[in-house]
Write a protein that binds this ligand. Sequence first.
Ligand code: FES
Length: 466
Amino acid sequence: MSKVAPAGSGYQTAGEWAPRIVAFTCNWCSYSGADMAGTARLTYPANVRIVRMLCSGRMDPLFALKAFEEGADGVLVSGCHPGDCHYVQGNLYARRRLEIFADLMELLGLDPRRLHFAWVSASEGVKWSELIGRVTRSVLEAGPNGEWLSAPTAEFSSAKLPEPGPPPRTAPTRDANAATTSHLRQLARRLLEEGEVSRVIGYAEGAQSDQMVPAFVETPEDAERLVWNERCYANLANYAVHRSGGATALIAKTCDAKSIAGLLRENQLRRDEVVVVGVSCSGIWHGDRLAAKCYGCDEDVSPLADWTVGPDGTARGSIPAAGRDTSPDPRDAALEALSSLPPDERLAFWQGEFDRCIRCYACRAVCPMCYCDTCITDKHRPQWISAPQSGPGNTSWNVVRAMHLAGRCSDCDECARVCPSGIRLDLINRSLAQGIKRKYGTMVSADPAVKTALTTYRPDDAGRFV
Ligand code: FES
């Protein structure tokens, strides 16, 4: 595949480099459209290698990543026009997924001229031939794809990312924490004594740090171990899954409750297995700062709560939100600074981040929404993500992780907190969530009945499709 377009065809550089493009097409429309172009003796550049799928809805961004990792210079995804999909809606789901994937690629600094989407029907041989010409020219302009395979071509200094401003909220007082802790213990004791639950999962003092650690309380007397304060960072939703022998009461902040809602929505948890004890949280602190995830949080207690506990007492159900904190999220300023950089500098920043990844998968282990029995990165036949702890495999892993969480991430920020290399996973998650909100108007909800953005569609969704 070294020489795929004849010299002088306009699809090859003077040095005889010709772009290699992988086209993922649906079987029923776009593949037939390509076939039609051939039958009609239409000419188009021979730079494209077609991978046929049954439907564009099958297109996993992982396929595009793999193509780039294996040296493709460009990727094209093509399916039936909206309304023509042979599986009715596959292309409409694909449109949202690919739109978000393209945003992520842009954030990471991949040249947008490398990624293309198109609707092509079985009768549109002419459109196919024109499309391939256009895509080939675009990839030709972008040049050979060294982005996934070589060292950064630009420098990035972290000093370019703005420092967060002063903390917008003051930490809760010792008295408020003590009152909430007392109410929490009373409720835990009562739930265990009355047999409503078999265990309460909450927080207890840790031996080694000022962060609270998960506590598994199974007797009323043991409830005295429970504590609540602004150091209760961990998301406990993970611990409620696959528990046998009775229901579990789970202490949940609003962000954690969104994870519980996600697990209910995706049938990883049954509603009768969990009693949600929402805690009136006024923000979690990391060192001497409010955690970034708490800046925009506008609810004190989740609407999913069966009980609510706060400094003023215990209530059944949830209590109203206390009002929005309008201080800007420091992650937004960092994202803005990143997006104002030229793509090669953005790429250098992310390559620097991903190069530090040691593939410990702590981000996966801590995430309640990463629950597959066998993770894609552990699959060896085929091996979608290369195993060595460097280079393109690191990029692919971090991109795939982010895409699998897109529209599902509750912004609990656990992945970024536990990453031993301090990779800015929080910026990726935040950027995807903001993009989804901007395009589709939805955020992850604490209501399990509300669908997530990438599991639904609107017929008039915008998309950068040809
Ligand atoms: Fe062509 Fe679904 S069958 S996009």
